[in-house]
Design a protein. Structure first.
Length: 190
């Protein structure tokens, strides 16, 4: 079974919306506007590209990333990696031609089936709504969180607000950096 990893830039109060400057959010760009850049605090982002074998996105994140990431050196390893987009509305004609093999999945059952295939870890970037659904369905195996020392208040959150039983996590890797960022890697305990 493949490991499904949710990775996120997250504020201390759980917000994941518009970390890179996406329009329409009051605090857009909070990852670089409000915290000193310390290169070693982002080491995990490069490691994710090296260790992942597939990229999973929701429709909104695909539509935000696909026009930009294919031509960015920072995301070069993702260009050749198989990509999966969970959407009930996208068609093959909506997919960009310059970002390699991309498959549309129509349901969480298809995501569960993907996890049963041969291969290495599948990484999920962005995709707040998809993260909620994946978590509620018990499909996420690990979280890679870069926690920023900020309180952003309103905004899309990583974790679902569904009323459900406690889900235990095991901290397997952590580090704090001079700029206040914290790396927290959690495995989901089953």
């Amino acid at each position: 079974m493949r490991t499904l990893i949710s990775t996120a830039f997250i504020s201390l109060d759980g917000v994941v919306e518009a970390p890179g400057g996406e329009p329409g959010y009051r605090n857009s760009g909070w990852t670089f506007k409000n915290v000193e850049f310390v290169p070693e605090s982002f080491e995990i982002k490069g490691r994710e590209q090296e260790e992942s074998t597939a990229l999973l996105l929701g429709r909104v994140s695909y539509e935000a990333f696909s026009p930009v990431w294919p031509d960015m050196a920072d995301f070069a390893d993702y260009k050749t990696m198989p990509k999966y987009v969970v959407s009930t509305t996208l068609t093959d004609d909506d997919l960009v031609p310059n970002w390699g093999e991309t498959t549309i999945l129509r349901s969480l059952d298809e995501v569960a089936a993907l996890k049963e295939t041969e291969g290495g870890p599948i990484i999920v970037h962005g995709s707040a709504s998809l993260n909620h659904a994946l978590s509620d369905a018990g499909l996420i195996d690990r979280y890679h969180l870069l926690v920023f020392p900020l309180l952003l208040g309103a905004g899309k959150r990583l974790f679902s607000t569904t009323d459900k039983d406690t889900q235990k996590l095991k901290l397997v890797e952590y580090e704090a950096y001079a700029n206040g960022l914290q790396k927290n890697v959690f495995d989901v305990v089953r």
